[in-house]
Design a protein around this ligand. Structure first.
Ligand SMILES: CC(C)(COP(=O)(O)OP(=O)(O)OC[C@H]1O[C@@H](n2cnc3c(N)ncnc32)[C@H](O)[C@@H]1OP(=O)(O)O)[C@@H](O)C(=O)NCCC(=O)NCCS
Length: 178
């Protein structure tokens, strides 16, 4: 059966959804969503420390009190082609809650990271995605990203193949206040 996009059915485009910076008050809800075991808790604990140290910005899409999506704007990466702290910024850990997908939340989160990056003078935004992740590839392609090399990433000591994508950013019109 063909799936019909909620937009075609006239559903509202996330009118109640707000995208904002994570605060310490969000920690428990964030951890409940993204954490679960010692390994994941360690990873998100590190990410949150970096967020507090302003080396990355964790963004949340919220619908009232509920977190329905998240993404991270990261200043630099071990691979300078993915983030060098100066001209190339890195987009990481994009995720939308399954019951809120296909309503434009993912795209809005990507756009917000693009605005953060260009507002801080970055000329490019880069990211990694698994080559068989069709929803994510569809979204990134729609947002104007193109693949520039193959690489690998690691999760729980397992190395897996990824595609590296990037996009040139238009210079910001004014400064962005977060
Ligand atoms: C990838 C993900 C973030 C997309 O979030 P989303 O809120 O559903 O995305 P959007 O509604 O903004 O979709 C924008 C466009 O992306 C593409 N897209 C999104 N989901 C898709 C799917 N399942 N299949 C094909 N294309 C898809 C479409 O072009 C879509 O536009 P359309 O709805 O007008 O056709 C979401 O599926 C997700 O959280 N997946 C699990 C985590 C993940 O894989 N993250 C990416 C890590 S690199």
């Amino acid at each position: 059966m063909k799936t019909v996009s909620p937009r075609l059915l006239g559903a509202p485009l996330c009118a109640m959804t707000e995208i904002r910076t994570m605060t310490p008050a969000d920690w428990l809800a964030f951890r409940n969503w993204r954490g679960g075991d010692n390994y994941t808790d360690g990873v998100i604990g590190f990410e949150f420390e970096e967020h507090l140290a302003r080396r990355r910005i964790i963004l949340l899409a919220v619908d009232g009190p509920e977190i329905i999506g998240t993404v991270q704007f990261v200043l630099s990466h071990d691979d300078p082609e993915l983030g060098d702290g100066r001209t190339i910024a890195y987009l990481q850990a994009l995720e939308v809650r399954p019951d809120h997908r296909r309503r434009g939340v993912g795209r809005s989160l990507v756009k917000k990271v693009e605005a953060l990056a260009s507002g801080r003078g970055f000329a490019q935004l880069a990211l990694m995605v698994e080559p068989d992740n069709r929803p994510a590839l569809g979204l990134y392609e729609k947002c104007g990203f193109t693949a520039f090399k193959e690489s690998t990433d690691t999760w729980r000591d397992r190395e897996y193949p990824v595609l590296c994508l990037r996009k040139s950013l238009a210079p910001a019109q004014g400064s962005l206040v977060m």
